[in-house]
Design a protein around this ligand. Sequence first.
Ligand code: SF4
Length: 370
Amino acid sequence: MTRKKQPTIYTLPDEFQAFDFAQDLLYWYDAQKRDLPWRINRDPYRVWVSEIMLQQTRVETVKPYYQNFMQKFPTVEALATAPEEEVLKAWEGLGYYSRARNLQAAAREVTVSYGGVVPDTPEEISKLKGVGPYTAGAILSIAYEVPVPAVDGNVMRVFSRLLLMDDDIAKPATRIKMEQLVKQTIPIGRAGDFNQAIMELGALVCLPKNPQCLTCPVFDYCLARREGVQDTLPVKGKAKPPRPVQLLTAVVKRGNQYLIQKRPEQGLLASLWEFPMVEDAGTKDDEEQLLRLLEKEYGLQVDLGDYLMNVQHTFSHLHWNVDVYVMQHISGEPLKENAVFVTSEEMSQYTFPVLHNKIIAEITAKEEKW
Ligand code: SF4
């Protein structure tokens, strides 16, 4: 009979004084923590929204979005019952729109299955859309004081240094190891503050480049600092660079109106609005490719116009390089479903990705001269 492989148990290095470390860290956190809008109270819904917004986005960027979002959707029910278009509009500019869609889908699940109360167990909360191990740990510890870790890239950087670990933090196995080790340092009764204190330390002191060791509240406990190797940690394997994609976009002008269309409900930038776009085949002239697209897919006759601008946007896996042309409408109504002509003022009612908002800004600036 073959035996099932047992998971490895990791323990803290003997020389790491976990208890004293946590006490000193919390002492510093209590005195120095930033005044942030999501720290007003520990309402699980508020914590949840903040943690989703803070994924891949800086604190200063998130602040005004968070306040506006909480005003518009103050409860789980308010978010669950709002039209998707309104939720996306409130998220416009934050990027990674799947976060907003997943958050709303999960709010609906919480309303239907948990009577509007965010669940307080790892098993239940992890089933919600968009709630991964980090977010689950953050909500459970901050809102409910469940002693679980919340390990993201920042926490891995700080702990790689504190514990002198040279494991590659890009590997999933390192996260599992890190979660085990962080869990062993969480003090009883202050899980939420402890997890936030680690994040705060990573944001303010133990910076990615140039960690501020001389003013660090846990200087005495840091094993990397003792060896003088803090600048070489963490170890991070190289991620694949984003794939470059060349695109062409047409701003089709009819009087004071412009043609926009809604993207499909699934996939990248789902359900957002944009100007017609096509991948550059590179075989023909840019404008000829756009003329063909507009004629074949939209049933529109247009005149060649002018080159407007180049815009770029990098996603985690793609880099879009977009050349934009203005084309004058001659005849035809848009055949394509979800394609409409609107004025530049009316565009503010639709949600566009960042890249297309840059095009709108350029149109608005040039409109009077056209
Ligand atoms: S002593 Fe330096 S490397 Fe260690 S935790 Fe503090 S800032 Fe980071």
